[in-house]
Design a protein around this ligand. Sequence first.
Ligand SMILES: [Zn+2]
Length: 550
Amino acid sequence: MQARMPALQSVDETTRLDIHMKLFSFFLLLAIVSSSALVATSQENFQYDLVITNARIIDGTGNPWFRAEIGIKDGRIVKVGHISPSAATAKQIIDAKNQIVAPGFIDVHTHVEDIFGNPSAENFVRMGVTSLITGNCGGSATDIAEFLGRFKEKPLAVNLATLIAHGSVRAKVMGIDDRAPTPEEQQKMDALVEQGMKDGAVGLSTGLIYVPGTYAKTDEIVELAKVAARYGGTYASHIRNEEARVVDAINEAINIGEQAKMPVEISHFKISAKALWGKSPMTIGLVKAARERGLTVTVDQYAYTASSTSLDSRMPSWVLAGGRAEGRKRLADATTRAKVFEDMKKELKERGFKDYSYAYVASYRANPEFNGKNIAEITKQVRGKQKVDEQIEQILEMYDKGGASMVYRSMSEGDVQNIMREPFTMIASDSGVREFGAGVPHPRGYGNNARVLGHYVRDLKIVTLEDAIRKMTSLPAQTFNLRDRGQVREGFAADLVIFDPATVGDKATFEQPHQYAEGFSSVIVNGQVVFDGSKMTGVMSGQPLYGNKH
Ligand SMILES: [Zn+2]
């Protein structure tokens, strides 16, 4: 009713004008009254805010596709079935044109602590991702209420959940010291994890190759895991070793889950040692055996044979204790330096690599000219020689100058495919929000989901389309207790993607990663279109997602 008041007022004003203007105003008034009537109807009388027609629905459960219309109201799926949409029943109609309509993808393994500075998360949205779980690998905000509370000031295009991370909690309580916590310190860490879970974290994460997580023994983590378990959390771990000692590391994660009586989710499940390529049936077997004993164990995976992490992680963790300044002091000592060379050569040998030609620089602030080149190439360029000793010298120099982020081409295609086939494997990117054009990051941040749907489903037929979608939707939702997401189902949140199964695919490569995925014509978050097939709409309809007991 309020909308009509200004229109009536304008009639009074027009009485002073000539007849032509009166006529003009009359029609203007008609237009205003009828459009405000339309607005009134859309708010009150439309049965649906959005109806999707001509859809082949893959509902996220793994069931084969079926035809139906989807009716959406107030951000929820209210009908999956027959709807004859008309202007009277639906405010907006999207014709899916016989394409696949699936639940929006839930990426359970991301690193987006900085997302509130880049709220459209375009690299994720454009490969169909509508929900992110961050705080992985031991790094998260430590005040979860404050972190998720930022939505109020800074809405996002995607939904966001977070883990509470052991590494960040440990750093807050005891810095980056290489020692066990005192009982008081352990209590302080327990309390931080408890508060994080109360504030809505979906579980506890660890990063046991990173400083300071790597300094923790198993019992320290078990105690924290027990706290998270009381609140229905999942234990998500970047395990202690993904290389020559991957078996011990998988067993440690499973052991923590068994002691804390909580579900285990092993992050970016892989074998990063050439010496163990082809052994994935054995590592998968450890997961299967734990499941047979009754422990919920799942894994996530990105669909590439290269990993991405820091250059520092190539160095022994004892050198890194206390931070870069401390590390530099240690490396200045000739005996210590010799020990570092020895440890690094031993690691290479254990993993079955002859040198560091598998290690590519993604981003090196001190000299961006190195970006995209491998350590062997860089060493040759800088030092004229590229023996392993020179390559280690080069790595230590780059550490000294601030370190680098890296891409490591260290996995076998056969293992990637074996892991993808397992029913408990989720598809997750391990990516951050990408700044378009910046650096040479791992392409997974632009292509991961699309690569699975195009390369692995359509081209290689490693898994079916329905199963691939399940790995991106209902399985992630089940694993992290996101109970009203991950399926095309009445009552569930209307997070949906529409894509063409014939053209969906990734464009991003290791050489040119800044290329968006193809084949997606709509991405809908909580009932609103955030990507329309060619551009982000600017709509920020994402929501914070809270854990089990919230
Ligand atoms: Zn990780």
